[in-house]
Design a protein around this ligand. Structure first.
Ligand code: PRX
Length: 701
């Protein structure tokens, strides 16, 4: 008995300390930390970087893998960092160049890097013609499944061989030429996920026309802004496409958009569903043409033009920390190599693979891992038009079983939806064809990782959690399957040639801070279209320009593994869609009743992050307005100005916002309130009472 009292005391002290530790960890931040570092610390408190579980690659996988074991990875990685020019030149030689480069990397205009200077190539040629030359002409390049079903079976399945792809793409390129488009012109593409979208992209590349794909969920105003910014000469669209059983008309949205697009001379319209009344399109004479009308008259032979490696291949708009989306520029040769090598090593693609990346071609993942990367590797790629829950929750798994998909690449938000829908939908199907799984777009929570591992991968398939961005062109931090032991929730280690570091604000290496990349890599963006200054300011102005700043926080664990904690700038990742909070704020301020607003990203069970809007009304409006009605109006404005996917979870009307004495909104405090955390450091607030009133309003709903 006398012994047990000290034991009890010790136990109580330990328990007390643990509780104190837990409270300390739960408490948002320590004083003096910047907003960015506070975000990373919050993530650390929530368990990022803490998992001790390690999953080595299976012996079965290692036996076949291209790079074997960590020794294999380390050797190649070391070579790629110590002799990057040699490493990348060796890789580039696996592709076709019409004329050799004179210099692998030109850094003289840093941060506008040039790769494979003077080298002449064509990415479309490498994707198609080169594969046919290798004897893959009869191989299926694209397997397509449309969304509509009858008695549970897809009504439209197409298999397009490399030879057929060449015919389709060449004909498409000739149609573009008929419309007067030439090398160096830009066209916008607004289409559903059908093979013709891939044809359109490849046809542009074939003749040196720059493509600017706009995701089909964007509104007319978003298309307009992108067409105008890029000075696109034409828009390629379709009557519509299927999504959750509905036919979504796209051409009408384009009509609305191009009314205010002075540079857009032509609209090329493809037909998804001939004769369907809601697919009818009003065709404006002199501007609009049906694709099939022109296609029937042109040849299906079109030589690929030679592109200097640094000529522009595409523009892709993405959100940043201001209200105006950025036109991210990608060149030809460097991007091609990033797409090629990452597909080769990270998906370990081989001749008998059927690769399915579920992303829409409207986003960068679809560019690099639906169209370019798999075709550059001579793989077969699956394209599915519709939603994962159409006609029921098992659609994806039925597709995997029916087509024997071997490599499957999706987003954490989709995985969380599958978890919610229940395992029975998965169990109905035989997924034994799968050998490798991938995740992309946002941090994957360990719970989702483990579910994916067990239920989809049968504890057999490695998972590659790939961190990268529109700006990087391809994977940057990722396991190499067959080499890297994985930890649920960690994107693990840098890809070849990627010199990654975690830094504090001063540029010192740290364990938890901001992700930074030291050396240029082939897929690096060539800048922001029409705004060199913004490119330098957004990505290269910190740490004396010595590092690329991607905008993400990261934790480095004891094994050097990287855990991406999420954005540290004012960009929010909603279901893997990047949305700038300033874009929503710019929408709200257009409403006459709104004085000011602050939009933040908050944790969301399914979407990863959701948007939360805090809106101050002008004093006259505040007295009369019905908040519910106004919230509906504001949501409607988001739909028309950006797209439905950018709607906030909730709009909270408040009388003030937490600001520093210099007037800067302290969004971190709004996040603390929204996520139910104890408030972080409030000593810099001009009026500490404001947060209490916001908290009350928030909690009362
Ligand atoms: O925050 C990171 C997150 O997505 C951002 C890039 O978004 P976007 O340019 O639209 O490209 C998405 C597809 C690559 C990054 O800054 N992100 C992407 N992949 C991951 C990720 N965050 C954590 N883990 C990932 N695997």
């Amino acid at each position: 008995m006398s012994d047990s009292i000290p034991n009890l005391l010790i136990y109580l002290i330990i328990a007390g300390l643990s509780v104190a530790y837990f409270i300390f960890r739960k408490k948002a931040t320590s004083p003096g930390l910047s907003e960015e570092m506070a975000d990373v610390q919050n993530a650390a408190a929530e368990g990022f970087g803490a998992s001790e579980q390690v999953f080595p690659p299976s012996a079965e996988f290692v036996a076949k893998a291209r790079v074997k074991g960590m020794d294999g990875y380390k050797k190649l990685y070391r070579e790629s960092i110590e002799h990057p020019e040699k490493f990348w030149a060796d890789e580039a030689k696996e592709l076709t160049w019409f004329e050799p480069w004179t210099k692998v990397l030109d850094e003289s205009k840093k941060p506008f890097f040039k790769w494979f200077v003077d080298g002449k190539t064509n990415i479309c040629y490498n994707c198609i013609d080169a594969q046919i030359k290798k004897g893959l002409g009869e191989k299926v390049a694209i397997v397509f499944e449309g969304e509509p079903t009858q008695n549970g079976a897809a009504t439209e399945v197409r298999r397009i061989t490399y030879k057929e792809l060449l015919v389709e793409v060449s004909r498409f390129a000739n149609v573009l030429k008929e419309l007067g488009l030439q090398k160096g012109d830009t066209v916008a593409i607004y289409m559903p996920m059908v093979p013709e979208l891939a044809f359109a992209v490849l046809a542009c590349a074939r003749i040196g026309v720059v493509h600017s794909v706009v995701f089909g969920g964007f509104s007319a105003e978003s298309i307009r802004d992108r067409v105008n910014d890029a000075k696109s000469k034409a828009v390629i669209t379709m009557d519509g496409g299927y999504r959750r059983g509905k036919f979504l008309a796209l051409k009408q949205t384009v009509d609305e958009a191009v009314q205010d697009c002075p540079t857009c001379e032509r609209v090329l319209v493809l037909q998804r569903h001939a004769g369907k009344p809601d697919a009818a399109c009003a065709m404006k004479a002199g501007r609009d043409v049906w694709y099939h009308d022109v296609a029937s008259k042109v040849s299906s032979d079109c030589p690929a033009v030679w592109q200097e490696s640094n000529e522009m291949l595409f523009l892709l708009y993405t959100s940043g920390s201001t209200g105006k989306p950025k036109g991210i520029i990608h060149g030809t040769g460097g991007y091609m190599l990033q797409a090629y090598t990452t597909n080769k090593y990270v998906f370990d693609l081989r001749n008998d693979d059927l690769f399915w990346c579920t992303a829409d071609v409207g986003w960068v993942t679809g560019h690099t891992y639906v169209v370019y990367g798999p075709l550059l590797n001579g793989a077969s790629v699956l394209m599915y038009e519709g939603a994962p829950d159409a006609p029921d929750y098992s659609r994806f798994w039925k597709i995997v079983e029916d087509h024997k998909v071997t490599v499957f690449y999706t987003a954490p938000t989709a995985i969380r939806a599958f978890m919610k829908w229940g395992d029975e939908w998965v169990k109905k199907h035989n997924l034994s064809s799968l050998r490798l799984l991938g995740s992309v777009g946002e941090p994957i929570n360990p719970e989702a990782w483990l579910w994916y591992h067990r239920n989809i991968g049968a504890e057999r398939c490695p998972i590659v959690d790939t961190w990268w961005q529109t700006e990087t062109g391809g994977h940057m931090i990722t396991p190499i399957p067959g080499c890297t032991p994985t930890k649920p929730g960690s994107a693990t280690l840098p890809f070849f040639g990627v010199d990654a570091a975690v830094l504090d604000e001063q540029g010192n290496e740290t364990d938890s801070g901001i992700l930074a990349i030291r050396k240029p890599w082939p897929g690096i963006t060539q800048g922001i279209f029409g705004d060199e200054k913004r490119y330098i300011e957004a990505y290269w102005s910190r740490w004396n320009g010595a590092y690329y700043f991607p905008g993400d926080g990261a934790i480095k664990d004891k094994d050097g593994y990287l855990w991406i904690t999420g954005r540290v700038d004012d960009v929010v990742n909603v279901s893997g869609h990047r949305i700038g909070t300033a874009e929503l704020e710019a929408v709200f301020i257009e409403n006459a009743a709104v004085a000011e607003s602050a939009v933040i990203g908050v944790k969301h069970e399914l979407k990863g992050q959701g948007l939360m809007a805090f809106v101050i009304l002008k004093s006259a409006a505040a007295k009369t307005v019905n908040e519910e009605t106004l919230a509906k109006t504001l949501n409607g404005m988001v739909d028309t100005k950006i797209g439905k996917f950018a709607r906030p979870e909730r709009i909270v009307f408040v009388s003030d916002l937490p600001k520093t004495r210099s007037g800067k909104i302290m969004r971190r405090l709004l996040r603390d309130i929204s996520e139910g955390r104890e408030l972080g450091n409030v000593s810099t607030l001009a009026d500490p009472a404001v947060v209490e009133s916001i908290r009350n309003k928030f909690n009362n709903k």
